[in-house]
Ligand binder design. Structure first.
Ligand SMILES: Cc1ncc(COP(=O)(O)O)c(C=O)c1O
Length: 443
């Protein structure tokens, strides 16, 4: 039997309840999921996802009773750890008062005030329900404010699934867009490669057409790749010079590395910042913050309002309460942030040591507490890591993910991220586990 057959057999034998649920799900949900990623690519190698019944700290428990060290952390939203009692209690308290009056509530104001206090660039905010809406609204505001149409987004940048920005997002949309949206030209989108200075010439050439440039300071869906500080600074200079709106998509990086947005660590002030994930402790949220005169275009008291809010569940009360408590906690979490950023870096460097000695095509990368593992389609061609998402061996990665599940570790993009509950012993165990299976992936 091959390693893959062994792994699939073992997984099927030990995940009977998940298998039953998976079969039921496929009958009623397209692909059995409501977010493509939650297949974790496992069907590519004959597997299926484990159905999770409990999440605590950095441990997930599935419906067959297995416990996993979790590196997926709720799509990166759980930096404090799952099911933190302090957050759970404020949500329960809010529930007891009715959870969605559909009216203005005090918590949304306090939450906005707190985010603004923690930011150098944000003067005003609008909340919505998801990051997908936040980036869609941010680009709409930019077009409205500048009266220009063109938006530039990074190749492999992931800003959610809205029609505006779903271009060049990587696997499985390499070299093609999803059917159902306009082509890039008609949509007024151009894409650029991060850390590639030739984009600056494009900016200069298209300065009168560009409404906005949107960028994640660390590409999340794009492979955990950091955009260089120099590149970001030059973007800021040029956008400022030509009146182009610079949008930092901080839906992953916001509150990931410290209590605040990434841009503040490197002294850049974006015109607009999109936020989500961590800020509300794992409850649904999105937000657009930025310069008052831009955000004010959304004020409905003028005839010329730019619509950036129509969501039934925008500023959802449970999320606002959880968000406030989350910020309370994060404001006192400097040591935890430092610890997990260091632990993440240690994990990347120890993994790469193992990979180097292993004759595999794996590589680990990331930034601070974000830790990704990629399998190159062809390592010998030494494609640059910035383009890893287009040079991947997806089947190999899926098998790796399955092998980790069999050994009680779960994540995506190889691993994903650490939260405050991860300890050195978890990292040691993860490395030991990966070391124990590496020979099965050698070329
Ligand atoms: C950088 C970034 N922007 C936007 C989004 C979209 O957010 P949501 O999934 O909440 O719609 C994501 C989601 O993964 C993201 O990583």
């Amino acid at each position: 039997m091959t390693f893959q057959e062994d792994e699939v057999n073992q997984y099927q034998k030990t995940h009977k309840n998940s298998e039953l649920l998976w079969k039921r799900s496929q009958k009623v949900l397209a692909g059995g999921v409501s977010h493509n990623l939650r297949q974790f690519d496992l069907p590519l190698v004959g597997g299926f996802p484990a159905f999770i019944s409990k999440a605590n700290g950095n441990i997930l428990t599935d419906v067959d009773g297995h416990e996993y060290i979790d590196y997926w952390c709720g799509h990166f939203s759980q930096v404090i750890g799952h099911n933190d009692p302090r957050i759970r209690n404020v949500v329960i308290e809010r529930l007891q008062n009715g959870w969605h009056p559909g009216m203005v509530i005090e918590e949304q104001t306090s939450f906005a005030e707190r985010i603004i206090e923690n930011s150098q660039s944000i003067e005003k905010i609008r909340f919505c329900t998801s990051g997908t809406e936040a980036t869609m609204y941010a680009t709409r505001l930019a077009r409205s404010y500048t009266n220009r149409n063109l938006i530039a987004k990074a190749k492999l940048g992931w800003h959610g699934a809205n029609d505006t920005l779903f271009y060049d997002v990587g696997f499985p949309f390499i070299g093609k867009d999803t059917p159902g949206i306009r082509n890039m030209d008609e949509a007024g989108i151009i894409t650029y490669s991060i850390n590639d200075n030739s984009f600056f010439d494009t900016i200069i050439k298209k300065k009168d057409e560009l409404a906005a440039i949107i960028i994640e300071p660390v590409l999340g869906g794009g492979g955990g790749i950091s955009v260089s500080e120099d590149f970001l600074k030059r973007l800021r200079e040029l956008t400022e010079k030509f009146g182009i709106i610079l949008i930092f998509d901080e839906i992953i990086t916001g509150y990931r590395y410290h209590c605040g947005f990434f841009q503040d660590k490197i002294g850049i002030k974006a015109d607009l910042t999109t936020m989500g994930k961590i800020i509300s402790g794992g409850l649904p949220v999105g937000g657009i913050g930025g310069k008052e005169e831009i955000i004010n275009l959304a004020d409905p008291k003028t005839d010329n309002t730019t619509l950036i809010g129509g969501g039934t569940f925008s500023a959802y009360p449970l999320s606002m309460s959880a968000g406030l408590k989350t910020l309370d906690i994060l404001e006192k979490s400097r040591t935890d942030y430092e610890r997990i950023n260091k632990l993440g870096e240690e994990l990347v460097s120890r993994l790469n040591e193992s990979f180097k000695g292993s004759n595999t095509d794996f590589i680990a990368n990331g930034r601070g507490s974000m830790v990704f593992i990629h399998a190159y389609a062809d390592y010998s061609s030494k494609q640059p890591i910035t383009d890893i998402m287009t040079h991947k061996n997806k089947r190999r990665e899926a098998l790796f993910q399955l092998a980790l599940l069999n050994r009680h570790i779960t994540g995506y993009h190889g691993l994903g991220a650490l939260n405050f509950c991860h300890k050195k012993t978890d990292v040691d165990k993860t490395i030991e586990t990966i070391d124990s299976i590496l020979s099965f992936f050698s070329n």
